[in-house]
Design a protein. Structure first.
Lengths: 485, 485
């Protein structure tokens, strides 16, 4: 285990985080809130820690896969802990557990909040809260990689951070890794700026436009308003947010290929087609149900609210424009199912993801045919026109099954720790494991996570991290074989 | 497609069903109810239909796998339809849909009822209702096989009827098939008689003892009393029923091996160990929770009620002694999880079954290790001390995933057709697909299925059949490749 190397990466991580506090500090200066000194002190503390660590661990060599996994898992844990500093110093969030939950929820793009009155926070802190989405959405550590010396280690971190998606789509950048990261980040930031611009055109001020964009493109869901996007009550803003949630759910490599003029690989992308079909089907079903039940007066209204909520939950964003727990039961059932889908692999979304369903369905049909009807046939799963190897099928199966197991077991843990009703308990686990944010029942869209016990909050934080790192980069740490030489 | 052969098997099936009506007729004669002539007429009609069919299709040759599947699927559908005759002629169940639901629920050992007052039925009809469990519990068609000319066709039906369990455990009888069936049935009937005897000792009358035993060993759950086993309010009866539900959940081949003195293969049985561990763990957890929450005064009481309900749901029996929806939330969450487990393959139980979890867990651990930690390792799953082949792993994965998909999709169908709340909708699908009987919410232990719409009832019947035939013997009929030469 090359601890020096891990510390070197950590120091970069700390410096990036410390530096990124400059934006909320600027915001605080502009609005003149009392959160200036907490933000400034935090920036100093985090940057100094980073510099100190860098002094001791100047040397960087290649990372092994094991070190990459440890960096990924511990990086998120440590940065979330340090990011609580502004809130604790300012006093707007009293307990460390609450602040940690809020930050982990931000970085993992979950967007589940313990704040009962979001709008009471000063602008600088709100900006810092939303900015965690910007950092976390693209895979937190990828940002660090841009500042690291070149080397294969970067790719290892990148794969440890969002491994199954990257492995499965096999859409790896051929260019050098750092260039790849820069491209990814450029596309990501452009989408954020584009959305903020469109929101400004809709009459939002710059602060809200930026915060909302940070929460949308990263499919995260923190809003500076208590009523989420519902606060603005504007159809234009709703449709802009729907569009960018949808765009955030597309594999980012496809944008890169589009920029390079490779339209063919976008058209050939199996997952994108399924994503479009699934999204349209559920948006249509929920909108029709809302219209038929008379929840909204016109079909245009039903379509607007239905499409917003389906897109928000399917892409694991978690924004809300309506209390969907008052919707007809069929619409709620569809939303419950949608929570299990997730968007495309290699996007900013979390959840089970469409590609796993594509592989799973094709594998199921092939395997049943082989076992029962045509014993001599070969189970072949094709993705993007190419056959998929057995390891990838295994991974998709494991990913799906472990998700289901974790929801059922996690539900048991939550009822025991919090005496929630079991639907709310499972829903809390689903919404944190899939990084969605709001759930059903006691953790529904009009509620928050403030009432959860400390143990429950730490357990949900663990689920958020497991979900964000796509299960296995966290879970394999618990395998004894992982630690053996 | 050898239609003549299929008709020959059907004729045997009709004759067996018609003949089996002699027992409820005897019961009706003894109690002198007004259900004598409906039962007698039904027996005549069904037997005559069987005889007529036999006259036209005397010849029996071997069945192909495809014909075996068709016999299995259509046999259950047709016999359920004909078995409604006594109820329709007597008028105690007015609509054909309701009567069909009751009979399909009986034969598939689900035990979900549309009757609001069970005790209002005359004794003959109640006996007929419970007797469907006796016929269905051991795999309905296996009984027919005893009366068929010898041949490999029998094995094919047997495998089509409870295929995955049989394939997976690879515990095939080496003796000739008909002998095997006779052995299975002898063990099964002995268990029924033994339990009825023990219930008689507890002060039950013969009628109730037989009906209760039919519902227990077949892990089905119809009781002649409205309050199910709770009616008797006796700890002795509770523990007898717990014991025989547990015994009904064990692979029947193990009894056969025990009788032959092969204790080794019982001890080596992986599934049996996991079944014991899972059952004890959940019984313990629920009992402790009930005791800690003060739901029952003494620990003995909590253990009795907790163990009963966990065993009842885990073995997919569905008997109740308490309204568990008034229990603490943690206990309910455990019960919800237990519904997904099911007992051993090759037993009278349905549901996902322990063996699939054993294979799935071993496969998950192996695959994750191979993908992430030791790329050169081989994913090997061992069961009963022997390695398991890839086709069996595929089958276990397919079985689990298709079950989960069917619960989520079925929930959508049920909310649309019945405007149930989505928890009740999913629960109705779970309880019919896993052949459990009671569920949660609107289909909870103190409710019944009378209020479900006609479409909903037919859809649940379909789920019962799919669950009882272990998914694929029904589902592959919908594959175009199944019908191709
Ligand atoms: K989210
Ligand atoms: K049952």
């Amino acid at each position: 285990m090359n601890l020096a190397c891990i510390c070197h990466v950590m120091s970069t991580l700390l410096l990036v985080t410390g530096g990124s506090l400059l934006l909320p500090i600027t915001c605080s200066l502009f609005y003149g809130g009392d959160d200036l000194w907490p933000l400034a002190v935090s920036a100093c503390v985090i940057s100094s820690a980073g510099l100190l660590l860098r002094l001791f661990f100047r040397h960087f060599s290649d990372l092994s896969f094991r070190e990459g996994v440890l960096v990924a898992a511990s990086g998120w844990v440590i940065i979330s802990a340090l990011s609580t500093l502004p809130f604790l110093l300012h006093g707007s969030i009293g307990s460390f557990t609450d602040a940690y939950f809020e930050m982990m929820s931000g970085y993992t793009t979950t967007g589940a909040s313990i704040l009962t009155d979001i709008e009471a926070l000063p602008h600088g802190l709100l900006f810092w809260r939303s900015q965690t989405h910007l950092l976390g959405g693209m895979g937190f550590l990828t940002l660090t990689l841009i500042f690291l010396p070149h080397g294969m280690g970067s790719l290892r971190i990148f794969r440890a951070e969002s491994s199954p998606g990257q492995v499965i789509t096999r859409e790896k950048f051929v260019a050098r890794n750092r260039d790849a990261m820069i491209w990814l980040w450029a596309i990501y930031l452009s989408l954020n700026i584009l959305q903020a611009g469109l929101l400004l055109l809709g009459g939002m001020d710059l602060f809200n436009a930026l915060c909302t964009a940070f929460g949308t493109v990263s499919t995260s869901g923190y809003s500076p308003k208590n009523a989420s996007i519902g606060h603005y009550g504007s159809a234009y803003i709703d449709w802009v947010v729907i569009t960018f949630m949808f765009l955030g759910g597309i594999t980012f490599l496809l944008y890169y290929q589009l920029l390079r003029g490779r339209l063919g690989s976008v058209v050939a992308n199996t997952e994108l087609r399924w994503y479009l079909v699934l999204l349209s089907a559920f948006c249509g079903a929920v909108s029709l149900d809302l219209w038929a039940a008379g929840t909204y007066e016109s079909f245009a209204e039903a379509l607007r609210f239905g499409t917003f909520q389906v897109t928000s939950l399917l892409t694991t964003t978690g924004f809300t424009t309506a209390d969907y727990e008052r919707w007809p039961q069929a619409a709620q059932m569809f939303l419950f199912v949608v929570c299990f889908i997730g968007a495309c692999a290699g996007s900013t979304t979390s959840g089970i993801k469409v590609v796993h369903y594509v592989i799973l369905c094709k594998y199921l049909v092939g395997a049943i045919k082989k076992i029962f009807i045509q014993p001599l046939s070969v189970v072949s799963v094709r993705l993007n026109g190419r056959p998929v190897e057995q390891a990838v099928i295994d991974l998709a199966v494991c990913y799906f099954v472990v998700n289901i197991f974790m929801v059922l077991l996690g539900g048991c843990v939550m009822v025991l720790s919090d005496r929630l009703d079991y639907l709310s308990a499972m829903s809390a686990v689903i919404s944190s494991l899939m990084n969605i944010g709001p759930g059903f029942g006691a953790v529904g869209p009009s509620e928050n996570f403030a009432f959860i016990s400390d143990f429950g909050k730490w357990f949900l934080c663990f689920n958020m991290l497991v979900g964000r790192l796509e299960m296995f980069s966290v879970l394999i740490i618990f395998f004894p074989a992982f630690w053996r030489r």
